[in-house]
Each structure stands twice: as C-alpha cells, then as structure tokens.
Ligand binder design. Structure first.
Ligand code: FES
Length: 228
C-alpha cells in the first residue's frame, strides 16, 4: 500500500506549508486534463486529507521505521465545517457586481443589491440547515450555483464571505492569502454564524481564477459513473 507521503511526494517530516504546496502541485499533475486520472486525483485528495487530519494508518513504505509511526501533527482536531444551527444566508452573484460597477469591498454592497430589485438567482436569502454545505443549501433552494469536483480541488464553487464566519475546511486547494480575504469553497463547508452575507460565483475573480480547474472533465467523469 502506498503511503500518503509517497502519494504527495513529500518527506514524512514535511511541515504544513510543504504539505499544502505538494498537494497543490500533485492536484495539478494528476488532474485528468493534465494526463492524470480521476483515481489518481482522488488518491491525492485522500492522502492530503489523511495527513492534515493526523489519521495516518499503518502502511508499507520505504520510509524509515520512525516515519511509519502514526504521525502526531497537532492537526487532529477538525474545524466544524457545517452549521450547528440553521443559518440565514444572504447571497449575491459576482456577475452582478461587474454589471453595476460594484466591488466586494463596498460597505453598502448588500444595501445596493436590495435596492436594485435583482432577479432571485442573483440576490436573495436562503437557509442552511445543520449538516448541509453552503452549496447543498443553495441547491435545495432551487439554485444552480457553480461547482465541479465537490471535493475541494477545483475552486469552481468559490464564494467570498462578506459578513459572518465560514471556517476553511481541511483538504482544500485555496492558499492562505485567499482564505485571509474571505474566499471559501461552498462544496465543503457553510457559515457557522447565525447569518452571513456571501458573494457566490467568484471563480473568475483575479487570484481565485489562478486555482480554477476546468469543470468539463469532472462532468465527463460524473456522467461516466452514472452510465455504469
Ligand atoms: S466544487 Fe470543486 S472545490 Fe468545490
């Protein structure tokens, strides 16, 4: 069995920054559009998830005996990634900002949206129930928000948190600089504050687009799975 360190191509002593860097690199290398496969891509995500969570099982490895000991990374506690209570989310489509010359940093962004009487697809509110991700809640409310992998690797589902708190989950591709700017992945988590304001569809924002993997290959993968 291949160890998660071997899957990511990192030394067992790698620190968190090295793990993240290796994960980003391997996600790109194993993406089906880059000559990889859906299986390799999934294995990379699983390996990173294991190392981030500290849940490294026994494995056969060429690493030193010491390195085969279960890794104590200090990353064993998981951040809650879905709301404990029902959360009210006010949303706004990023494309609307372009059309109106608005910016995510505008203090009165959502007041402007309310006054603009936008289409319900572009602006409105819905509830996120306990255990749901933000993306699932949007879909349950009848909206077709963008997504592709549903696994934290492609950034198609990226949203910007304007108000409220939404913890970054483990096993995602976003770099720290985007996390600090409030960018999150709606396929993996949801706000944990009573209410939140979110701009969705930010995948083409500068800096976010850099990490965007094309949705087409995931769609083909899903349709192949459905056809089996
Ligand atoms: S759908 Fe790919 S990261 Fe969320």
């Amino acid at each position: 069995m291949t160890s998660p360190y071997e899957v990511l191509g990192v030394d067992p002593d790698a620190d968190e920054a090295e793990l993240l860097e290796a994960y980003r690199q391997r996600v790109k290398e194993t993406h089906p559009d880059q000559g990889g496969s859906a299986e390799q891509f999934q294995a990379v995500k699983d390996a990173y998830e294991q190392l981030r969570s500290g849940e490294v099982p026994e494995w056969e490895s060429t690493a030193s005996p010491d390195a085969r000991e279960p890794r104590q990374t200090g990353r064993t506690s998981r951040t809650p990634t879905s709301p404990p209570e029902t959360v009210t989310v006010e949303y706004l489509d990023y494309e609307v900002l372009d059309d109106h010359g608005w910016s995510i940093g505008d203090e009165d962004l959502f007041e402007r949206a309310r006054r603009a009487d936008l289409d319900p697809e572009a602006h409105g509110q819905f509830s996120v129930n306990p255990g749901e991700t933000l993306l699932e809640a949007a879909e349950d409310s009848g909206f077709a928000w963008p997504f592709a992998c549903r696994g934290g690797a492609c950034t198609n589902c990226a949203v910007a948190i304007v108000d409220g708190e939404m913890p970054p989950p483990v096993g995602h591709i976003l770099p720290e600089k985007l996390i600090r700017r409030g960018i999150r992945l709606s396929c993996l988590s949801a706000p944990i504050t009573d209410d939140a304001k979110v701009v969705y569809n930010v995948k083409h924002m500068p800096d976010v687009e850099e990490f965007l993997l094309p949705a087409s290959r995931f769609e083909k993968t899903y349709s192949r799975q459905r056809d089996r």
